[in-house]
Design a protein around this ligand. Structure first.
Ligand code: KIV
Length: 301
């Protein structure tokens, strides 16, 4: 008996995968990216932006599709923020999220972003104990999370920790000003660095940049203070609620695109209303299923 072609033998031909099957077909390989002008954003590109008086954009991303979309939209830096805690995992604050929860999100973002620099937040409790702990956690995010750099919420007190991480080959972004992981120590969400307190932030930024941080991120800082910090250090700065004198800007994507409901912080600009779009799509789908309108012959084999 002749051996039949296995594809003839199959009951039905193969169809496109109905669910996600990895980064969807851009057809772009790692080597294509390396060859393309405007390939992977590297730390030195952020430095160049500061030197040239240019700006770059950073958004959070927590999974494959948003990472792909933002990457293709040309967002230079993707942050796998510990804001996943209260944007993915359903917690009230960023405090409960763990290294083991963030690592798979980070891997998904890093695998999906062909051009963006991927920065991972080290979650609360994973770097404060010692420089050794910070190096060990940073290594996990580069090795297991495939991140290109990490971010930690710090003050000048952590300069030696930053130095040890940088020495170990871990690029560090230093987050100063309002640091959400210290929400309880800071007495809630409060603007930092007003008036004379600006000197404290300038001192923090200088100490952290001296220790090797490649970038300083400032959250909820008066624009004048942020400008003074930016002028005091040679590395690029990123702002969130810190005015427009910083080299880069960052927003949490679910705020920026209108996925989250509720009161937004003053510094959030909503560029879309994804929540309404998704809600209307889900409502219509539900109605069509209940009425028997879906699936029609068009969607039936
Ligand atoms: O986790 C996060 O999303 C952040 C941004 C607010 C900068 O740290």
């Amino acid at each position: 008996m002749a051996i039949r072609n296995s594809s003839e033998e199959r009951a039905s031909p193969e169809v496109p995968a109905p669910y996600g099957n990895g980064p969807s077909g851009t057809g772009v390989t790692a080597s294509d990216t390396a060859r393309r002008p405007g390939g992977r954003t590297r730390i030195h590109h952020l430095q160049q932006a500061k030197s040239n008086g240019e700006h770059f954009a950073m958004l959070t991303a927590y999974e494959q599709y948003t990472a792909e979309i933002f990457d293709e939209a040309g967002i230079e830096v993707l942050l796998v923020g510990d804001s996943a805690s209260n944007n993915v995992f359903g917690n009230e604050t960023s405090l409960p999220v763990t290294v083991d929860e963030l690592l798979p999100l980070c891997r998904a973002v890093a695998r999906s972003a062909k051009r963006a620099l991927v920065v991972a937040d080290l979650p609360f409790g994973s770097y404060e104990v010692s420089a050794e702990q910070a190096v060990a956690t940073g290594v996990r995010f580069l090795k297991e999370g495939l991140a290109h750099a990490v971010k930690i919420e710090v003050s000048s007190f952590y300069a030696e920790t930053v130095r040890a991480m940088v020495q170990a080959g871990i690029p560090v972004m230093a987050h100063i000003g309002f640091t959400p992981q210290s929400e309880h120590a800071l007495g809630g969400y409060r603007v930092q660095g007003r008036g004379e307190d600006a000197q404290r932030l300038i001192h923090d930024a200088e100490a952290l940049a001296d220790a090797g941080a490649f970038c300083v991120l400032m959250e909820m800082v008066p624009a004048k203070t942020a400008e003074a910090v930016d002028a005091a250090i040679s590395v690029p700065t990123i702002g969130i609620g810190a005015g427009n004198a910083t080299t880069g800007q960052v927003l949490v994507w679910s705020d920026m695109a209108g996925l989250r409901r509720g009161k937004m912080a003053k510094f959030v600009k909503q560029y879309a209303d994804i929540r309404t779009i998704l809600s209307e799509a889900a409502r219509t789908y539900g109605e069509e299923v209940r009425s028997g309108q879906f699936p029609s012959t068009e969607h039936t084999f």
